[in-house]
Design a protein around this ligand. Structure first.
Ligand code: HEC
Length: 109
């Protein structure tokens, strides 16, 4: 054998750590549901165009300086003592990551 298991392990670790964190997108019909949710549920507080309302703006330009983990925690668990509710019962962690990626990909105005 020319390649040891150690090499294979190291190679696969390299592969997985450089692969995009959001490799698995939700299926198309779930994406439609999620987009509707973003507009209607999130939009009810963050504004229909997500420019901000009761909650802060969720436009890409206002989120780029925040870490994915911080945004993930906010969306999954909400913010205690504020109007931001936890969305864990409705969207999985993977779907939340997709949400964040979708928000960050919005065109800048
Ligand atoms: C009932 C109102 C309400 C709804 C509905 C709501 N939010 Fe929020 N959200 C807030 C408020 C208020 C804050 C600010 C909390 C604070 O002061 O720390 C917030 C904060 C956030 C933040 C952090 C922004 C930042 O700049 O730190 C993110 C991200 C976010 N919301 C995403 C979402 C998403 C995604 C949805 C829909 C799945 C959603 N919110 C639905 C009220 C809401």
């Amino acid at each position: 054998m020319s390649i040891s298991w150690l090499h294979l392990t190291v190679l696969s670790l390299c592969f997985f750590s450089t692969a995009p964190a959001y490799a698995i997108d939700p299926p198309q019909d779930r994406q439609t549901e999620l987009r509707n949710m973003l507009k209607h549920d999130c939009g009810s507080c963050h504004g229909l165009t997500l420019k901000g309302g009761l909650g802060p703006s969720l436009l890409a330009k206002d989120l780029t300086n925040k870490t994915d983990e911080y945004l993930l925690d906010t969306i999954q668990n909400g913010r205690k003592g504020t109007a931001m509710p936890p969305w864990k019962p409705f969207i999985t962690e993977q779907e939340t990551r997709w949400f964040i990626q979708t928000l960050l990909k919005q065109p800048h105005d």
